[in-house]
Design a binder for this molecule. Structure first.
Ligand code: PEP
Ligand code: MN
Length: 459
């Protein structure tokens, strides 16, 4: 790996942050993808405010999630993790949040049936406001400005004011996450998640002639729901579901300021989200991100791209899960459809042979990004599905468990990924491409993926 710069640290330790040995060790390590905050006074005030605000998630919930993920690592549950590539402040509306939660719940019902397993429902939501970028700058019409790094850091608008790195945006990210989580909690506890209602929505999907090939699976689910009803299943209990929040823990100023000490155990937790992951660009073994996340109790994910070696995976396990604690570590592989069958087996084989028990999840999005002839960043639905199939094939052939699906999706009728049974073509991008970052599966494409995956889960 190339030489990495050391963090441009403004304050050490951050003003107001909880004190715990090691939580600031990352500040002396190489770090990438961090903002250069414009104003030191604003930065100091922002982190001190974040440090005094209530936690967004609670240690007890985080512990429940770790248990759920431990079950998934043993093949007794399946993880569904989905949401925007990059959430925006403007997009945090009731309509968009409810559509996304609803789509995840719809997918989860189909997957639960297909796998005959509980599905752990998790949003890339309520904190997914920061983006790693491959270039620091963006040039348009001869003008070069800092790249957009997510609403937590700067604005998407292409002006010098908007593209400056403003630490106040971290506070806004916190508040937007809080209101998003509030709505998610209300939806998932208040009757919106009723199994019969969600199943009813799915019938709307298969009623579309383009999706008629999924009708038989929908009918089977219908019969199962009726059977449960006839047996006197407690549908009231099925009105509530657990729903967890996750994001890439990219901006360490934000993550550090939201670390809290659990009063029950005296241990540090990241309270910005239940599940935090390390991206493909920040997983350096001796880097700041791996160090900081090794010190909080949350379940941690690491993205593994096609250049990952088994040695990398083993050393990440040593750093992030030295106790080999079930549910602690998830590897989210994003190899690309053309690579997964060749590259994944050696990783899985060596990790399994080492005795470590990690949860394996597929991200079929990030290895399959292409540019459409008319210039949009897109993905082909068929490539996405092919990577998922490859993931299942590899795990089935090795006797290991394909434990989950990580997708960029939305509940809205956008046009960002190509294909699907009710196909999106590139001309639709002109009117319905809304993502400020990577392309997402739209509502229908997401459900179609769930039906396709459910069909192969039972096999
Ligand atoms: C992402 O999940 O949006 C992302 C940037 O992924 P990766 O780190 O795998 O490239
Ligand atoms: Mn993305």
């Amino acid at each position: 790996m190339t030489e990495l710069p050391v963090a441009q640290t403004i304050a050490n330790p951050q003003p107001g942050a909880v004190d715990y040995p090691g939580l600031d060790a990352w500040r002396d390590l190489p770090i990438v993808q961090q903002p250069t905050w414009q104003d030191n006074g604003v930065y100091q005030a922002a982190v001190s405010e974040l440090s005094s605000l209530p936690p967004l998630v609670f240690a007890g919930e985080v512990d429940v999630l770790r248990e759920r993920l431990a079950a998934a690592a043993e093949g007794k549950a399946f993880l569904l993790q989905g949401g925007d590539c990059a959430e925006t402040f403007e997009g945090a509306t009731a309509d968009k949040i409810s559509a996304r939660v609803r789509t995840i719940l719809q997918m989860a019902v189909v997957l639960t049936y297909g796998a005959s397993l509980p599905v752990i429902k998790m949003g890339r939501m309520a904190g997914q406001f920061a983006k790693p970028r491959s270039s620091n700058d963006e040039t348009r019409d001869g003008v070069t400005l800092p790249a957009y790094r997510g609403d937590m850091v700067n604005g998407y608008e292409f002006t010098p004011e908007s593209r400056g790195h403003d630490a106040n945006r971290m506070v806004q990210a916190y508040h937007t996450s809080a209101s998003t989580l509030n709505l998610i909690r209300a939806f998932t506890q208040g009757g919106f998640a009723d199994l019969r209602l969600v199943h009813h929505w799915n019938k709307g999907f298969t009623a579309n002639p383009a999706h008629s090939r999924y009708e038989s699976l929908a009918r089977e689910i219908d019969r199962a729901v009726k059977f449960m009803d006839a047996c006197g299943a407690d549908f009231d209990a099925l009105k509530r579901v657990e729903f967890f929040a996750s994001h890439e823990a990219l901006i360490l100023d934000y993550e550090r300021a939201l670390a809290r000490i659990d009063s029950r155990t005296g241990l540090p937790y990241g309270t910005s989200g239940h599940f935090l992951w390390i991206g493909e660009r920040t997983r350096q073994l001796d880097g700041a991100h791996v160090d900081f996340l090794s010190r909080v109790r949350n379940p941690i994910g690491v993205k593994l791209g096609p250049s990952s070696t088994a040695e990398d995976a083993l050393r990440l396990i040593d750093k992030l899960d030295p106790q080999r604690e079930p549910g602690r570590l998830t590897f989210i592989t994003r190899m690309g459809a053309g690579n997964i069958r060749e590259k994944l087996p050696q990783l899985v084989e060596k990790v399994t042979a080492s005795g470590a028990k990690v949860l394996w999840v597929t991200d079929p999005m990030h290895g399959n990004t292409v540019t459409s002839p008319n210039g949009y960043k897109t993905r082909n639905f068929d490539d996405v599905i092919d990577e998922v199939r490859g993931f299942f094939e590899v795990h089935h052939s090795l006797g290991t468990f394909p434990g989950g699906l990580h997708v960029e999706m939305t509940g809205d009728d956008v046009a960002e990924c190509l294909g699907g049974a009710d196909p999106i073509d590139q001309h639709a991008f002109l009117d319905r491409y809304e993502s400020v970052c990577d392309p997402r599966l739209n509502h229908m494409q997401s459900l179609e993926m769930a039906f396709l995956v459910a069909g192969s889960l039972g096999k």
